[in-house]
Design a protein around this ligand. Structure first.
Ligand SMILES: [Zn+2]
Length: 501
């Protein structure tokens, strides 16, 4: 209430000066360093535990953003919900077991396996076929004369020196690897002998992933120690290892057991919708990702700049537009305030949104995406100004956008607009590395606002005390003023490139 009351006094002052209600400066000035700071200490605080996709901390952050949108009286952005939920998956290793003739071998000491590449399976075999290095390429075939259909195949690690040289010369490695080669010959499982056992204990949880369905499933591969190889081949193993490879079949009663569970986790994008006036069927999106890296053991990765700074900017820009609307100066086009998750895992949230958009992309005039705008790139401290922002992608899909950003900035925010990451030859490929890219790849014009990297990037030390709040507020205002112009101008932004599918 207090905010609105103050706003009314403010408006009276402006009217007294003859200023118009549709002067964006009245509302841009509601975006203050103090408000952004207060929000960022919550978003990047201990309670949200680094906001890892699929985690409790991420869901708490989503609930906080949803409540904030609701307090601004924004409408639900995804039909009847503020959240667009999407599934993510994670594997956990339950059992990895090999025994040979009733002798059991221990995980990590003698056996290991890739969690993501293998599936739950139990095989009891009475024969193991040793297939040398397991290579079938051109004239060279380790499988020549062997029948491995339905059998367990065992191979040496690496390549024969002459075969390796030949492969390097031709630069033609079998893309399916030894696993695919064994499978093409009909094998049911692959044992790959490694000399680096024991392996360190590793996490029994995989990284998260978005799609559990594979067009091709390969046979399981078990990494085994030399001790296991000897228990199958006896002295033949040392002969083979020393260069006298003799493919051959061995009798052994072997148990191969791999069990994993797949957890279905949930993540979400949080979306608040501000309905426009006469052009309400057209939409402007203002986005940032609220997820970060979570915590490892008890260490929290706070993600204050990445991308707490963008998230709180979206919140306060939304607040400014909501107050403009309440004062009768709402935008002509509708605006969707879109907080993505899954960005750090590979732009999942924005891919999910653009794959099944609740608001048609054909009517979406642009996505203004903010990812890291609260700090100063250390390389700039030696250059002309720290009062800058990197602007990326503004000229790639619509020739209307670049002039709007330039003139808006000239009139209101006077930042140095630096386009170095918009160079198509940018070695860091920044244009492809945040959520706006999901929109750009569908033909929606985008602008990406970014501060460059810093020494705390993706470290637990990316904390809110290191943010320059004055600069953050000024950069957020640039996005606000640009959005004001884009949402109120007569025409949607021209599309130089037609909308993709
Ligand atoms: Zn980020």
């Amino acid at each position: 209430m207090r905010k609105l009351f103050l706003l009314l006094i403010l408006l009276q002052v402006f009217f007294a000066r003859g200023q118009k209600i549709n002067d964006p400066k009245i509302f841009a000035d509601l975006i203050t360093p103090d408000k952004l700071k207060k929000q960022l200490y919550i978003i990047a605080g201990k309670d949200f535990e680094g906001r890892e996709t699929g985690s409790e901390g991420q869901r708490k952050a989503a609930a906080y953003i949803e409540n904030y949108f609701r307090s601004l009286k924004l409408q639900q952005g995804n039909k009847d919900s503020y959240q667009m939920r999407f599934p993510v998956y994670q594997d956990s290793l339950e059992v990895l077991n090999i025994s040979i003739d009733n002798h059991h071998f221990n995980i990590y000491k003698d056996v290991d396996a890739s969690l993501s590449a293998n599936y739950t399976s139990l095989i009891l075999g009475s024969e193991v076929v040793f297939a040398g290095y397991g290579i079938s390429e051109g004239a060279h075939d380790d499988y020549k004369g062997l029948d491995v259909k339905g059998k367990i195949v065992m191979v040496l690690d690496g390549y024969q020196p002459d075969v390796l040289q030949d492969q390097l010369n031709k630069n033609s490695f079998n893309p399916y690897g030894k696993q695919g080669t064994a499978q093409m010959h009909g094998a049911i499982a692959l044992l790959s002998i490694k000399k680096d056992f024991p392996h360190p204990e590793s996490s029994r949880k995989s990284i998260m992933y978005l799609n559990p369905f594979k067009a091709v499933n390969y046979i399981n591969t078990y990494y085994i120690s030399e001790e296991i190889a000897r228990s199958i081949m006896g002295k033949d193993y040392d002969t083979a290892k020393n260069g006298h490879v003799q493919p051959k079949s061995y009798n052994a009663n072997i148990v191969l057991q791999f069990i994993k569970s797949i957890a279905l986790l949930q993540s979400s994008n949080v979306m608040g919708y501000l309905e426009g006036t006469d052009l309400k069927d057209q939409l402007l999106i203002i986005s940032a990702h609220y997820d970060h890296l979570g915590k490892k053991d008890s260490t929290i990765y706070y993600g204050a700049d990445d991308d707490g700074s963008g998230t709180v900017s979206v919140l306060e820009i939304a607040s400014a537009f909501a107050q403009a609307k309440a004062a009768g100066a709402g935008p002509r086009r509708s605006i969707l305030f879109l907080a993505h998750s899954g960005e750090e895992e590979g732009l999942w949230g924005s891919q999910y949104y653009t794959a099944s958009p609740p608001h048609p992309l054909a009517n979406t005039t642009a996505d203004l995406n903010i990812d890291m705008i609260g700090r100063i790139d250390p390389t700039r401290k030696r250059s002309d100004t720290a009062n800058y922002i990197y602007v990326v992608g503004d000229n790639r899909l619509s020739s209307d956008l670049h002039p709007i950003i330039e003139s808006t900035n000239k009139k209101f925010t006077q930042l140095k607009l630096d386009y170095k990451f918009n160079d198509p030859k940018d070695p860091e490929r920044i244009f492809y590395r945040s959520d706006h890219y999901s929109f750009a790849s569908k033909g929606v014009p985008v602008v990406f606002f970014y501060d460059g990297s810093n020494k705390d990037y993706h470290k637990p030390t990316d904390t809110p005390d290191k943010i320059n709040y004055e600069l953050l507020a000024n950069r957020a205002k640039l996005v606000f003023y640009s959005a004001w112009e884009i949402a109120n101008r007569d025409n949607m932004l021209a599309r130089d490139i037609p909308l993709g599918d």
